[in-house]
Write a protein that binds this ligand. Structure first.
Ligand code: PLP
Length: 427
């Protein structure tokens, strides 16, 4: 049944795909076995459910990965789908890529639109947030003197793209420098509004700050901006499939995200959203036959690329749906709260991220008095093989800890043990 569904989904059975070689058949068997496992898993309750989710991942037994913010691993079912599609493509690349897997894109766009909360005609697939966001940054029609509002805490690739436009086109960048964490919506909204002038054309909002997980009130900033005729771009690399919201909730014009972060899709997958009426005037980064087309697919003229990666996004969507957006967010928040509560009372430990549900999710940063971020990151790695990342960016200097749905409480107990051990060390 699962197998028939798979082929129906890919539109492939009529093309004789099921007569492929034995390796392909073995991979298909493994893959459909995982699908059946997930179906059973979805009915389990809390502790059993999360233990099941952990076993749905190929968790590395030699290291505790608490840098899921950089890029997330895919659950096994997604890895198997990717391997399977890839093997299929190599049985006859142009045939399987362009006559078989290509057929999966439109059903996948529809499924993606359902979880993203927008029209499927507003979504284009690509390879990562940088590609999605630079499509917007370089595709917008801006003239010399036009102003763009952004922050010093935005992502470097995006800052660099705007700086390139500043140099090339003479646009003017208006910077905000936040002192995070901030758990006051008005303060954040006011900081953006204060930069808006009659020459402001675009506001760049990083929805969840990658450096420390701080969530910004994107909707409220967008409301003020749009009232003033300013276009709104949201960098959702860290918020999509992490926080339970729909793109339409944000009232933005443009939105880009990576799918290899919180959706756990294969590495090298991304998504671009463009509000329907804005598609025509946004130039694609890689030209298509009609750059002024109103068809969102003009942003998908990306040349030859891995359609196995692209197609396995569909499996990540299914996995995400199986958990459910609210249930996932609640678990991530619970994991973050679990470890931060155990270290926050120590006089030498400081949490440098917001901790409320309104402003944070899975991510929290930590520092130990008298220790540099890389000293703390090295210590927890050497002590308990915990992989994290030391952040040294603008005014943010601490270690970022990012669990994911497969992280166990036992993993976090080890983290707590290592942080407290360093904090208790006599200098
Ligand atoms: C806020 C933010 N924007 C953009 C990006 C770029 O993502 P990618 O490297 O997948 O293009 C990242 C990556 O960490 C990010 O955190």
């Amino acid at each position: 049944m699962q197998r028939r569904n798979l082929f129906k989904y890919l539109g492939a059975s009529a093309l004789g795909l099921s007569t492929s070689g034995s390796i392909l058949k073995a991979m298909e068997k493994e893959y459909t076995g995982s699908l059946a496992f997930l179906k059973e898993l979805s009915g389990l309750k809390d502790d059993d459910f999360w233990a099941g989710i952990r076993s749905a991942y190929s968790v590395n037994p030699t290291m505790i990965n608490l840098n899921n913010g950089g890029v997330a691993p895919s659950p096994r079912v997604v890895q198997e789908a990717l391997d399977y599609y890839n093997r299929m493509c190599n049985d006859g690349p142009s045939y399987y890529m362009w006559r078989v897997l290509d057929g999966g894109r439109e059903p996948m766009r529809k499924n993606m639109a359902e979880i993203a909360g927008c029209d499927m005609e507003e979504l284009a697939f690509n390879r990562n947030s940088s590609e999605a966001l630079e499509t917007i940054i370089f595709g917008l029609r801006l003239n010399k003197g036009d102003e763009v509002v952004l922050t010093k805490q935005d992502y470097p690739n995006m800052i660099n793209a705007w700086k390139q436009r500043e140099k090339r086109d003479g646009i003017v960048l208006k910077w905000i420098n936040f002192d995070f964490p901030i758990e006051d919506k008005k303060k954040i909204i006011d900081a953006f509004s204060a930069q808006f002038t009659p020459r402001t054309k675009v506001v760049h909002i990083t929805h969840a700050i990658n450096w420390n997980g701080q969530l910004l009130p994107a909707r409220e900033i967008a409301d003020v901006a749009r009232k003033n005729g300013i276009e709104v771009l949201v960098d959702a690399a860290h918020s999509f499939a992490h926080f339970p919201y729909k793109i339409k909730d944000l009232n933005c014009d443009y939105f880009g995200t990576s799918l290899h972060k919180w959706l756990s899709a294969p590495i090298g997958s991304g998504l671009l959203y463009v509000r329907k009426e804005k598609i025509k005037n946004l130039y694609p980064l890689l030209a298509s036959a009609d750059s002024e087309s109103t068809d969102i697919r003009k942003f998908e003229s990306l040349g030859t690329r891995s359609l196995a990666i692209e197609q396995a996004i569909a499996n990540a969507i299914d996995f995400y749906r199986m958990i459910g957006p609210e249930r996932k967010f609640d678990r991530l928040f619970e994991l973050k709260t679990y470890w931060t509560n155990k270290v926050i009372q120590h006089p030498k430990v400081k949490i440098t991220s917001p901790l409320s549900k309104e402003f944070s999710g899975a991510i929290a940063n930590v520092s130990v008095l008298g220790k540099k971020p890389n000293e703390l990151a090295d210590f927890i790695y050497n002590d308990n093989r915990i992989h994290s990342v030391a952040i040294n960016w603008e005014n943010i200097n601490s270690v970022r800890i990012t669990p994911n749905v497969y992280t166990s409480l036992n993993d976090l107990d080890k983290l707590v043990e290592s942080i407290l051990k360093l904090a208790d060390t006599k200098d």
